[in-house]
Every structure is written in structure tokens, then in C-alpha cells.
Design a protein around this ligand. Structure first.
Ligand code: SF4
Ligand code: SF4
Ligand code: SF4
Length: 431
């Protein structure tokens, strides 16, 4: 059945050029001008916004965090009077927003969640998705290309989640392109993030260096579905009320929706198990941590491979309760707390910004641990949840297997019927 459909699709592709003309004409007849995109690299760039309440340097000027300053290729970030100023020389590369552990600098359209969704949409409908930068591309992107101001905008967490969910993603960067780029720190940043993600996932990230090597095709399953819908419509069958493009996107949205459900489940279980608030203020889960928790849920091996830094607490030290309360309140994500006179940390919320270590080095010391030990180590109640989750994953796998078996049976039935019709047609000599 699939081969049969594929032959038809191939024939219909011959009409590709005509189809574009026809759809343009259709749009004009409807009084709409077909959309003509103009290449403007500035469309992909935005100045970062600042939220000083989340910045460790704004809270404590001797804080050791200088990630944004170190990565900025134009020295365009200044800290003054507890605030952050982005100077006019900013190239809008976005790298400071990617390296900032607390999201004190951010560009909403390039948040971890937004990037995941953007790449998923392309990878879910095209044979391949190519992530690239404005400089490397230099023209209006094809539907298979995702353009960013710098590939370094994608964190190891986003690469990891993408790589697990969509294996058909590659980076497109011609050789030597980064060497000549004025975003001088971009290559190192993207290299580090990709390397980290490769370590965590134990999978290599594909790199494409020439546009000639790219596959701009639409995924065959998507194409088949579009074709069937088109065919049904053309013979007047109301098989679907949605047009093929909507159907194609709907398929991706289904996947993204499932992802969002997992996101919400994570949040709910964290709220239940760890509390949305510490004793003083609400806790904040960064989009990167939220994304990686969602991915770990389906790929538990990742929790062992992923390494993070979390503070170890020396509770034997004699500390002044008032001073310590100040440290606890300074933690930008609310990961610290004092409960019944004991200092506690909830590492799920910790972003390794090191502010607590800078403020009270006698009490806090950063240690490298696996994500499993750091933030995926659950309370006994959560351990049960984890076992349930593992069971659910197994059940889902079984369900999928059964579905595939059923689909195969149906496909072979359909193929038999098609064959019979063909035989009958031949027998009747085409009459
Ligand atoms: S790192 Fe990039 S986006 Fe951030 S301030 Fe510097 S030039 Fe601007
Ligand atoms: S918390 Fe973010 S904005 Fe503040 S110094 Fe660190 S990297 Fe820069
Ligand atoms: S616990 Fe310490 S290192 Fe972790 S987010 Fe809070 S201040 Fe930063």
C-alpha cells in the first residue's frame, strides 16, 4: 500500500512547479498576495532583556559568576547600582542569555522551550532539520532550515532533548564560517554545548558543511498523509476538514502537546513532592531544567550520564541564623531553605550559580554529581512514582507494538484488495 502511494506521490511531484504557480494564482484570485519573504538577518536578532532580580552579580557585586561577561564578544554588558545595562554595541547574538544560569538575561523567542518547539516543528515534518546561523545561511531559509543569530544559542539541555526526540536534526555550518564571524565566542560556546550533549546522550550530532548535501524533502509519512487527504478532497470525500498543511502541523502539535503534558506532570509532581515555595518565597524551575526533567522521564539512563554541580552543605558549622537567612533568601531560584533549624537544599531547583558558595564558603561547597544523585534522587514517595512511570513506559511500548502489528495487518489487507481490483480490471480488459 505504501509503495502504491509513494508511486502516486512521485508522479504528483512532477507537477511541483505547476502547483506553485497554481497556488500563487489561487491566492491572487482570493485577493491575497502570496507571501514573498525577504532575507534580512536582523529579523532573527533581538536585544536581550534583563531581570536583575535573578542576577547573582546584581545581588552581590563580588559574586563569582561572570558567564555573560566572559561570553560577550563586544563587552556590551555593564553592571551598575544593582542593575544590568546592555550597551549599544550589542550584536544581538543572544549568547549571554544561553550561558546565564538563572535566566537573568533572556530573549523569550529563544528560551529553551521555544527553541525546542521551533526545531521540533521542522524535524516533525521534514526529512531533516538543519540548525544554522544567519551568517552561514545568508538567504531566506528553506522549510528544513532553522536560522538563529548564533548556533551557540542552543544549550546542551535543548540539544539533548531534541536528539532523543528527533534523530533527524543536524547542524549546518560551512567550514571556517565561525573563524571569520564577529561573534568571536560563538564557535567555542556551540562546540561545548554540543560536546556536552553528545556525552549525555552517547550520540553524535551530525554536521553538514555544504547546502548541496542537504535533504529538503518532506517526511514520507507526512507526504503520504497529505496525499491521501488531497486525494480524498479531490474526489469530494469529506475525509478531513483540514487542509494538508494544517494536518501536517497538527501532527507536530500533537507531539508538542504530549510534551507539554509531560512538562505539566513534572511540575505537578514537583509541587507535590518538593513544594512550589520554600519557607519564604516561590521556587523557580528554569526552562532548561524543566526540559531536561521531561526528557529524563522517558530516558532514565540520561540521569546517570548527565553531570551537574550542586552545593554540599556543611551543617556542623556554627552559623548565625540571621546571616544564614540572608544567604537563603539570596538564592535566585529558592533552592535553599531552613526547616526546623536545619539548612536544606532542594537541588532540583539549583542552577549552580554559586552565589551561596560566594556568600558563605564555610557552609557551601560545589560538588559535581550525576543528575540522578543531584536532582533526580527522589523521596520514597517519588521512588514509587518512578517505578509507576517505568511501568507506564513499558505499557506504552507494548501498546505501540500492538498498534504497529494491527496497522501491518490492515496494510496487507488493503494491498490484497488493490491487487484484486487490478486483476478484475485486467480481466475486464479495462472496460
Ligand atoms: S553576548 Fe551577544 S546578545 Fe549578549 S550583550 Fe553581548 S553581544 Fe549582546
Ligand atoms: S547571573 Fe547571569 S546576568 Fe548575572 S552575572 Fe551571571 S551570567 Fe551574568
Ligand atoms: S543553591 Fe546556591 S548554587 Fe544553587 S541556585 Fe541557590 S545560590 Fe545558586
Amino acid at each position: 500500500m505504501a509503495d502504491f502511494l509513494d508511486d502516486f506521490i512521485n508522479i504528483s511531484k512532477e507537477f511541483g512547479a505547476i502547483k506553485d504557480e497554481v497556488s500563487d494564482m489561487g491566492a491572487r484570485l482570493m485577493g491575497e498576495e502570496p507571501e514573498r519573504l525577504i532575507w534580512n538577518p536582523a529579523d532573527y536578532k533581538e536585544y536581550p532583556k534583563a531581570n536583575p532580580a535573578m542576577c547573582v552579580r546584581c545581588k552581590y557585586e563580588d559574586a563569582s559568576c561572570s558567564k555573560c561577561l566572559d561570553v560577550c564578544p563586544t563587552d556590551s554588558i555593564e553592571f551598575e547600582d544593582g542593575g544590568i545595562e546592555i550597551l549599544k554595541d550589542c550584536r544581538r547574538c543572544g549568547l549571554c542569555t544561553q550561558v546565564c544560569p538563572t535566566n537573568a538575561l533572556y530573549i523569550s523567542k529563544y528560551s529553551a522551550d521555544a527553541l525546542y518547539k521551533e526545531i521540533s516543528k521542522v524535524a516533525g515534518t521534514q526529512n531533516m532539520a538543519y540548525v544554522t546561523c544567519t551568517r552561514a545561511l545568508g538567504h531566506v531559509p528553506e522549510p528544513s532550515q532553522v536560522v538563529l543569530p548564533c548556533v551557540g544559542l542552543i544549550s546542551a539541555e535543548v540539544w539533548t532533548s531534541i536528539k532523543y526526540d528527533f534523530p533527524n536534526v543536524a547542524i549546518y555550518l560551512p567550514i571556517g564560517i565561525c573563524d571569520k564571524c564577529r561573534t568571536t565566542t560563538g564557535e567555542e560556546v556551540y562546540g561545548n554545548e554540543v560536546m556536552l550533549s553528545e556525552e549525555w546522550t552517547d550520540q553524535n550530532m551530525d554536521l553538514v558543511i555544504s547546502e548541496d548535501e542537504m535533504d529538503f524533502g518532506i517526511r514520507r509519512d507526512v507526504e503520504r498523509r497529505d496525499f491521501v487527504k488531497n486525494a480524498a478532497k479531490s474526489v469530494g470525500l469529506n475525509a478531513s476538514k483540514v487542509n494538508p498543511i494544517t494536518a501536517r502541523l497538527a501532527r507536530v502539535y500533537e507531539k508538542l502537546e504530549a510534551h507539554q503534558v509531560k512538562f505539566d506532570e513534572i511540575n505537578k509532581s514537583l509541587d507535590r513532592l518538593l513544594g512550589v515555595k520554600n519557607s519564604e518565597k516561590p521556587r523557580k524551575l528554569t526552562p532548561e531544567r524543566q526540559l531536561i526533567l521531561t526528557t529524563i522521564k522517558d530516558h532514565l539512563e540520561l540521569a546517570n550520564r548527565m553531570q551537574v554541580e550542586v552545593p554540599e552543605i556543611n551543617n556542623d558549622h556554627n552559623w548565625d541564623e540571621e546571616e544564614l537567612k540572608e544567604v537563603v533568601n539570596s538564592c535566585p531560584t529558592g533552592a535553599l531553605d531552613i526547616k526546623d533549624g536545619t539548612l536544606e537544599i532542594e537541588p532540583t531547583y539549583c542552577v549552580s550559580c554559586a552565589l551561596c558558595v560566594d556568600l558563605a564558603p564555610e557552609i557551601f561547597r560545589l560538588e559535581t554529581k550525576s543528575a540522578e544523585d543531584a536532582f533526580y534522587r527522589f523521596t520514597p514517595e517519588a521512588q514509587k512514582e518512578r517505578e509507576k512511570e517505568l511501568k507506564r513506559i513499558e505499557e506504552r511500548k507494548l501498546e505501540r507494538k500492538e498498534h504497529i502489528a494491527k496497522a501491518k495487518k490492515l496494510a496487507s489487507k488493503a494491498a490484497n484488495i488493490t491487487e484484486k481490483i487490478g486483476d478484475e480490471f485486467e480481466k475486464s480488459d479495462g472496460k
